[in-house]
Design a protein around this ligand. Structure first.
Ligand code: NAP
Ligand code: 8YV
Length: 316
């Protein structure tokens, strides 16, 4: 019987779907030192929550497949896995709409200060102090710049079309299949729009790309929303731009050192913060867990993964 190692949190759906056909071992942390000789001898497939280092791959000499829970797999060294002939899979598509829905919620929360308005009501201040102050910002008349126009970016843009706002985007290559205005650089995009939505992966090229220069190009009416990875935004530059009123607001679901975040960001009324919940509904997380399990079932049963990442394409 094939042995799988469930690394980190073992989603209940992993056990439900995999316990019939596989021997399941569990490892609560991702440290290579925690691998026992029994695991090293037997494990052929793993599930991971985006934490698979070269040392951990090396500690499992019979490893054939790493099934990541999450579309972003920046914590899995996929190039190293490819060099060792190990397939890596992720969970694209099944979370696109949920993440896009949450992005729209975060955008509206940031512009219209809805979490603050609700807190005001719950604190009894409506009765005591009168109406909640008018929101200085609105979605009306905004020009949205999408930094990223992949699976999730396109779902965000589709939703924004319904809000009757102008949409532009920047990616490395223009897409023939979207109707939005393309900008060849992030700086050009930031200068052209007043609202930037970041939905790019964590790669060496995207680090701190949203920095002081981009925020000042966005301008004093500018609002920046990040749902990709915290690594893309220079958080000190962002706090500084907010303090100087160089931009008008920000909404963040992800942080560079999450779950820690710069104290400074929590002090602004014009900032809306979420604890990395864009895909976090029971239904969507179940769909992601099912895809993790189905990749393993398909690999060991039919000899092919369902959603391999580009670094480890399936070559039949
Ligand atoms: P995707 O389909 O691969 O799209 C990625 C987009 O980013 C593409 O449009 C790509 O276009 C663009 N891009 C990549 N590198 C770039 C660069 N250096 N400069 C400019 N554009 C660049 O990925 P996805 O499924 O939409 O997911 C995107 C990311 O969202 C994930 O990797 C993950 O980190 C994050 N995410 C976060 C949450 C959350 O809970 N907050 C949930 C799901 C996903 P080009 O290749 O043409 O440049
Ligand atoms: C999840 C995500 O929060 O898919 C991703 O890349 O960031 C989110 O959907 C994460 O994968 C859960 O560990």
């Amino acid at each position: 019987m094939t042995t799988l190692l469930l690394i980190g949190r073992a989603h209940p759906r992993f056990r439900e779907k995999l316990s019939d056909g596989f021997e399941l071992l569990e490892l609560p942390d991702s440290r290579p030192e925690s691998i026992t000789p029994d695991m090293a001898a037997k494990v052929e497939g793993v599930t991971t929550f985006n934490d698979m280092t070269p040392a951990l791959i090396d500690a499992l000499p019979n490893l054939k497949i790493v099934a990541n829970f999450g579309v972003g797999y920046d914590g899995v060294d996929a190039a190293y896995a490819a060099g060792k002939g190990v397939i890596v899979t992720n969970t694209p598509d099944v979370l696109d709409e949920e993440v896009a829905d949450t992005t729209i919620g975060l955008l509206l929360n940031t512009l219209r200060q809805l979490p603050r308005a609700e807190a005001y009501l719950r604190e009894g201040r409506w009765l005591r102090d009168g109406a909640f102050p008018l929101s200085p910002l609105t979605l009306r008349g905004r020009h949205i710049g999408m930094y990223g126009m992949g699976r999730i970016g396109q779902q965000i843009a589709r939703r924004l079309e319904g809000f009757n706002v102008r949409i532009s985007y920047h990616t490395r290559s223009p897409r023939a299949d979207v109707p939005y205005e393309y900008h060849a650089t992030l700086k050009d995009l930031a200068a052209a729009v007043d609202t930037l939505i970041c939905i790019v992966p964590k790669t060496p090229e995207t680090r701190w790309t949203v920095n002081a220069e981009i925020l000042s190009a966005l301008g004093p009416d500018g609002v920046m929303i990040n749902v990709g990875r915290g690594w893309t935004v220079h958080e000190d530059d962002l706090a500084d731009a907010l303090a100087r009123k160089a931009i008008a607001g920000a909404g963040l679901d992800v942080f560079e050192a999450e779950p820690c975040l710069p104290e400074a960001l929590t002090a602004f009324d014009n900032v809306s913060l979420l604890p990395h919940v864009a895909s976090a509904s029971v239904a969507t997380r179940n769909a992601m867990a099912d895809l993790v399990a189905d990749n393993l079932i398909s690999w060991f049963g039919a000899g092919r993964p369902i959603t391999p990442v580009p670094e480890t394409p399936f070559r039949g």
